[in-house]
Design a protein around this ligand. Structure first.
Ligand code: ASP
Length: 593
């Protein structure tokens, strides 16, 4: 129907007759002349309709916001003084000659022509309208461009796009599974994949050598701003490569994206061990744009007679750390109280602080409710250790190490954002040398990455000292977000069985859950490894937003529902019977989103 997209027109089309199709973004009646801003995915063009073109004028008079029109007319330069340099089409307009109303529209539930701050619920309920907004179109167009760039890059590097099943068995990635009841196998369930992990490894066993897929994964977890229950991975795997080569390929992809999408040249990504990241930043995904660091002071605090500090300082599982904020002495009491509340979210029981007013006066120059407990000597030693200067503030965390890390790690990012301490726009890094295992709350060992990750040691050494073993895993971190992660895999059956044993998966369970993998490892599995990027997160960062729902066409809410379709929904009794299911609770009383 159309000859051009609205957003495509400029002075080079002067004098041409064009036909545009799109939505009425705005309509203005200027004393006898009607201006219609016509919008499509590429942008907006101003159309002028004069009363002399009677038929067109009569129709233009009728149209309202969001009507769908087809307009034929002539491109002409805008009259002097009316050029709009903020619009790509701002130098021209179309003199509308023929106009057809393809469809009418009710008054939109919210304004499309201005990015007003509409509640997210309303936006999600009417997502098809929300997505009409130019800002949303831009984001999804960028997303498509990013996917294309990824495909092109991986294709150029010899990766084959191979699909893996969505109805499958559980693949442990540490989250709860979404289950799908089987009709043909009464009482049995499929699991939606938390990732294609096992299938991609099997593809390596089959010799495909380099695989990738842009693929939906499903994890039934509590949601955060940067997580969705179904999300998209750029999943890759390759054979006969060590970590350097896999990481090099992945790094190349991120560099290419930043270059193509943002015009930014990233240098080589630094590598940092997990231990160093935790110690300096309290996080395994440190935001290196922020120049603040955690400094251990347990040895000094162990000398004081103040339980709050001495307890954790003496506890092997404890940590006492300081976080110096340059120029932070200006923070008000109220702000400090807010930060105290903030660290409480992460389980910290309080937030001690020292303001550095006049170091030359010794402890007298320090302002803090805790100086009296620490005494002059320890206080001053701490100041030296953290390199404090007049005008700084030093915060303290003292608790179990994981609480201190989470609390001060998050505080570091919050203060970095609040005080805008960012030193650069993009800060990528690799985090390496992860432990193989961690202990959960009950003290059980769980895999830090997933159970298919290779350790750096032999099966014997692994079984002898599992908690000390490091894995051949690597995470790629960008601006404080884990955008990808992967590992060299276990490709020998003995090692895989050792890991299963350590994870308390006994032989019967191994056979039942992972028999196919163990079998495959016996049939000439090549050394292999890979990585998966979170596409949504990457797009989110490249779009400059911190809300993942902004870059997904039809996202779920925080409670993992869809406001548009009202999924999940109830099903009728016949369907349940077919699936051999009975609902225990009265579904009507079940809470929905
Ligand atoms: N399957 C892993 C994940 O989803 C990524 C990988 O190890 O390749 O986290």
């Amino acid at each position: 129907m159309r000859s051009h997209y609205c957003g495509e027109l400029n002075l080079s089309h002067d004098g041409q007759e064009v036909t545009l199709c799109g939505w009425v973004h705005r309509r203005r009646d200027h004393g006898g002349v009607i201006f219609l801003d016509l919008r499509d995915r590429e942008g907006i063009t101003q159309v002028v309709v004069d009363p002399d073109t009677e038929e067109a004028f009569a129709l233009a008079d009728k149209v309202r916001s969001e009507y769908v029109l087809k307009i034929t007319g002539k491109v002409r330069p805008r009259p002097e003084g009316t050029v709009n340099s903020a619009m790509t089409t701002g130098e021209i307009e179309v003199l509308g000659q023929r106009l057809a109303i393809l469809n009418s529209a009710q008054t939109p539930p919210f304004q499309i022509d201005e990015y007003t701050d509409v509640g997210e619920d309303i936006r999600l309920r009417h997502r098809y309208m929300d997505l009409r907004r130019p800002e949303m179109q831009e984001k999804l167009i960028l997303r498509s461009k990013i996917s294309q760039t990824v495909r092109r890059y991986l294709d150029e590097h010899g990766f084959l796009d191979i699909e893996t099943p969505a109805l499958t068995r559980a693949t442990p990635e540490g989250a709860r599974d979404y289950l799908v009841p089987s009709r043909t196998h009464a009482g049995s369930f499929f699991a939606l994949p938390q990732s294609p992990q096992l299938f991609k490894q099997l593809l390596m066993v089959s010799g495909f050598d380099r695989y990738y897929q842009i693929v939906k994964c499903f994890r039934d977890e509590d949601l955060r701003a940067d997580r969705q229950p179904e999300f998209t991975q750029i999943d890759m795997e390759a054979s006969f490569m060590e970590e350097e080569q896999i990481m090099g390929l992945a790094e190349g992809l991120v560099k290419k994206l930043l270059k193509e999408i943002k015009g930014v040249e990233l240098g080589d990504f630094p590598h940092m061990t997990f231990a160093e990241a935790m110690s300096r930043f309290g996080s395994d995904k440190p935001d290196l744009r922020i120049p603040l660091e955690l400094v251990d002071v347990a040895d000094l605090m162990a000398r004081v007679d103040f339980k709050v500090f001495k307890g954790p300082a003496d506890d092997p599982k404890g940590r006492v750390a300081a976080l110096k904020v340059t120029g932070g002495a200006e923070l008000s009491r109220k702000q400090i109280d807010e930060y105290t509340k903030f660290v409480g979210i992460y389980g910290a029981k309080g937030l001690a602080w020292i303001k550095v007013n006049a170091l030359e006066n010794g402890a007298n120059g320090l302002q803090s409710p805790i100086i009296k407990f620490l005494g002059e000597d320890v206080s001053m030693r701490i100041m030296t250790r953290v390199g404090a200067q007049n005008g700084d503030i030093v915060f303290f965390g003292a608790d179990r190490a994981n609480i201190v890390n989470e609390a001060l790690g998050a505080l570091r990012c919050k203060i970095g954002a609040d005080l805008n301490l960012y030193t650069k726009e993009w800060a990528p890094l690799w985090v390496i040398d992860f432990p193989m295992f961690e202990a959960d709350e009950k003290g059980n060992m769980t895999a830090l990455h997933h159970p298919f990750t290779a350790p750096t040691c032999t099966p014997q050494a692994l079984e002898a000292r599992p908690m000390e073993a490091l894995s051949r895993a690597y995470d790629i971190v960008l601006n404080g977000y884990e955008v990808g992660g992967g590992s060299v895999r276990i490709h020998q059956q003995a090692m895989q069985e050792a890991v299963f044993r350590l994870l308390n998966i006994d032989e019967a369970q191994q056979k039942e859950k992972f028999g196919f993998l163990l079998d495959a490892l016996r049939f000439g599995a090549p050394p292999h490894g890979g990585l998966a990027f979170g596409l949504d997160r990457l797009v989110m960062l490249l779009c400059g937003t911190d809300n993942i729902r902004e870059v997904i066409a039809f996202p779920k809410t925080q409670s993992a529902g869809c406001l548009l379709t009202r999924a999940p929904g109830q099903v009728d009794a016949t369907q349940l019977r077919d699936l051999n299911l009975r609902i225990r609770r009265d579904p009507a009383s079940a809470t929905s989103h």
